[in-house]
Write a protein that binds this ligand. Structure first.
Ligand SMILES: *Cc1c(COP(=O)(O)O)cnc(C)c1O
Length: 340
C-alpha cells in the first residue's frame, strides 16, 4: 500500500548546526511527523508539520504511568548525496512487539516505514555528512488522554522527530581503546516477564541510577547482569554485548529481559557469513572475567544504533579492572540499506 502524507512547511527554517559540534540530541530538524489514534477509528491523519512543542493535558496518562514506546534508527548520507536507512522493517516489527507489551495499538509495518521515509525525505538536508555523523530518527508513541486511572488509553499520538548527531562516544580514545564499563551487581535493568524486550521509557529511567554510579567509578556505561542471580551478562547500557572467547563469539540469548537489537542481529548474521562461530547463550560474568585473565578473551564490544559497534576496553567488577582486546570491522549485506 502507498501512503502519502500532507505537509505543512515551516515558515521559519532553522539555521543548521556546526557539524563539528553536533553532540547527541542537541539539535532538532525543521519538521516532525505526527499521526493520531482514536479507538474505533484506528491510526489516522498522518502528516508532516513544523517541529515544535506539544500541548498536552497535565493529566495525560503517559506522563504518570509511562504508557509509551519508542524506536531508534539512523539515516546516513550516502556518497551519491542520497540518504540510506538501515533495515527499517526491523524497527517497525520491534515497535509492534513493544506496543503489544504496553497495550498500545499496533502500527502497520508499511505505515511505520512510510512515515519514517516521508519525514526523513522532508528534512534530508539536515543529514550531516562528516565522518561518524548521521541523522538520528526517534519514532515514539504517547497518549495525550487525561486519566488518573491505570488502564490503557483510547487515544494516542505517533510522532517522529529527527536530530543530526555526532558519534555517541565522543573522542578518539574510546574509538581506539574501547570504553570502560561498570559491571552492576545490585541494580537491575529488567527481569524476565517484565518489559526488558520492549523499547519503553520505564526501562531507562530505572537504569539512570546505575549509570550515575558507573560515572562515579570512572566508567562510561553499565554492564547489566540478570535480575535473579546477578551472575549472567545481559547488555551494556543501551546496547547489546559481545565477547569473543577462544574461537567463538558469544552474546546473550534473547531471554525476554534483553532488548533484541537490530545491530545485534546484523552482527550475528555477518559473523556467521564470515564463518566465525557464534553462540547465543547466557554467559556467566565469572567466565568472561576468567577468560580476560587467561587471555582467551580477545575481543569485546557493544552494538546499538546509537553507539554503533563500540569496542569495550575495560570491565570494572567490584574493585578490579579487566582489560579486553578489541577490533572493528565494517558490515555489508544485501537488502539492508534502503536508499531514498
Ligand atoms: C535500542 C537498544 C539496544 C540496541 O538496539 P539496536 O536496534 O541495535 O539499536 C540495545 N539495548 C537497549 C536497552 C536498547 O534500548
Amino acid at each position: 500500500m502507498e501512503y502519502t502524507f500532507p505537509v505543512t512547511r515551516t515558515t521559519s527554517p532553522k539555521e543548521k548546526p556546526d557539524v563539528n559540534a553536533l553532540g547527541f540530541g542537541k539539535y532538532y530538524t525543521d519538521h516532525m511527523f505526527i499521526m493520531e489514534y482514536d479507538e474505533g477509528q484506528g491510526w489516522h491523519d498522518g502528516r508532516i508539520v513544523p517541529y515544535g512543542p506539544l500541548t498536552i493535558d497535565p493529566a495525560a496518562g503517559t506522563l504518570h504511568y509511562a504508557q509509551m514506546s519508542f524506536e531508534g534508527m539512523k539515516a546516513y548520507k550516502n556518497p551519491n548525496g542520497g540518504i540510506n536507512l538501515f533495515r527499517p522493517d526491523m524497527n517497525a516489527k520491534r515497535m509492534k512487539n513493544s506496543n503489544d507489551r504496553l497495550c498500545i495499538p499496533q502500527i502497520d509495518e508499511d505505515l511505520f516505514v512510510a512515515a519514517v521515509k516521508a519525514i526523513v525525505k522532508e528534512d534530508a538536508d539536515w543529514a550531516p555528512d562528516a565522518p561518524g555523523t548521521s541523522l538520528y530518527i526517534r519514532p515514539f508513541i504517547i497518549s495525550p488522554e487525561p486519566s488518573m486511572a491505570v488502564h490503557p488509553a483510547s487515544r494516542y499520538w505517533f510522532i517522529i522527530i529527527l536530530t543530526p548527531v555526532a558519534a555517541y562516544y565522543e573522542g578518539n580514545d574510546k574509538e581506539l581503546h574501547g570504553s570502560r564499563i561498570w559491571v552492576e551487581e545490585n541494580y537491575i535493568r529488567a527481569a524476565v516477564g517484565g518489559t526488558g524486550f520492549a523499547k519503553c521509557g520505564g526501562n531507562y529511567s530505572c537504569g539512570m541510577i546505575a549509570s550515575e554510579k558507573a560515572k562515579e567509578q570512572g566508567c562510561e556505561e553499565v554492564l547489566w547482569l540478570d535480575a535473579k542471580e546477578h551472575r549472567y551478562v545481559e547488555e551494556v547500557g543501551t546496547s547489546n554485548a559481545f565477547f569473543k572467547i577462544g574461537d567463538t563469539v558469544y552474546t546473550s540469548s534473547l531471554t525476554g529481559s534483553i532488548l533484541p537489537g537490530v545491530t545485534r542481529d546484523s552482527t550475528l548474521q555477518l559473523l556467521r557469513k564470515w564463518g566465525v562461530k557464534t553462540e547465543e547463550k547466557r554467559l556467566l560474568i565469572e567466565d568472561v572475567l576468567e577468560a580476560a585473565d587467561n587471555g582467551s578473551l580477545t575481543e569485546a564490544w557493544a552494538t546499538g544504533t546509537a553507539c554503533v559497534i563500540s569496542p569495550i576496553g575495560l570491565l570494572k567488577y567490584k574493585n578490579m579492572l579487566y582489560g579486553m582486546q578489541t577490533g572493528i570491522r565494517e558490515p555489508e549485506m544485501d537488502g539492508w540499506v534502503i536508499t531514498l
